[in-house]
Design a protein around this ligand. Structure first.
Ligand SMILES: [Zn+2]
Length: 252
């Protein structure tokens, strides 16, 4: 059995790190699968990441339907993002949902895709899909852009794709949400924090490079992104780094 106090402590620290790094605004969130019960997950109750201060601020929810367990009531309306990703992909143990302003422009300019610009963003792979909630709205759904039901959460989770060689993992680590933000997934809290930060960092670098390229009179053509092989090998390195960080965390 894993010490849940240590898991919750890591989740609280991750909330603070992601707030400090401007990855999470007060309405973004990070979750982790219960290491002792893979049918539930932990996520902060409805509060800004900066002020999550103890186990009393963490809720536990069923992955099956996002309902609270062990005394948890209420919580984030968008917790179904987490429950449905964790349900669809058993290898995913941690999820971040962010409204990063660095990423948002790429969610609404359809002709410019997110591409890995440097080695720390190799995990973005060959494609970062863009989920458009408009395509899955039903007649009576409010058009508030929120992924606030299991049905909408499942639709969002599905854009991460099917990895035919390993169906328990998503094909893509990360996806955009049109006019809303992005999601990223990992096998640990440390890995998903790394991916969430470098997704936003990469967007800043890409935006700067696209601006320089245009200034140089080259349109978007002056930007050289990582090759397919560089993306794959850098992703392996990104995963290795998060594993090393998680080992360091566990020693302290
Ligand atoms: Zn949101």
């Amino acid at each position: 059995m894993v010490n849940i106090t240590a898991t919750l402590s890591a989740l609280i620290t991750a909330n603070h790190v992601l707030d400090y790094l401007n990855v999470l605004d007060p309405f973004g969130h990070i979750s982790v699968r219960n290491p002792n019960n893979n049918s539930t997950f932990f996520i902060a109750l409805q509060m800004g990441a900066a002020i999550v201060s103890g186990p009393k601020d963490i809720g536990e929810y069923l992955i099956e339907d996002g309902s609270g367990v062990n005394g948890t009531t209420g919580g984030y309306a968008e917790r179904y993002i987490h429950s449905e990703i964790l349900k669809r992909y058993p290898d995913v143990n941690a999820v971040v949902h962010s409204h990063s302003e660095d990423i948002l422009p790429y969610t609404i300019v359809e002709s410019v895709s997110v591409e890995p610009t440097y080695h720390m963003a190799g995990f973005l792979g060959d494609q970062v899909p863009n989920f458009d909630i408009e395509t899955v709205y039903e007649v009576n759904d409010p058009r508030d852009m929120l992924v606030n039901s299991p049905r909408l959460g499942a639709a969002l989770a599905s854009v991460l794709g099917t990895n035919t060689s390993q169906p328990t993992s998503p094909l893509y680590t990360t996806a955009l949400q049109r006019g809303h933000g992005f999601i990223t997934t990992g096998t640990s809290i440390e890995q998903v924090v790394e991916f969430a930060y470098y997704a936003t960092s990469n967007a800043r670098v890409q935006t700067g490079a696209l601006g320089l390229s245009a200034y140089a009179g080259l349109g978007t053509g002056g930007v050289k992104y990582l090759s397919s092989d560089e993306r794959k090998n850098s992703k392996d390195m990104n995963i290795w780094i998060s594993f090393k960080v998680s080992m360091l965390t566990k020693k302290n």
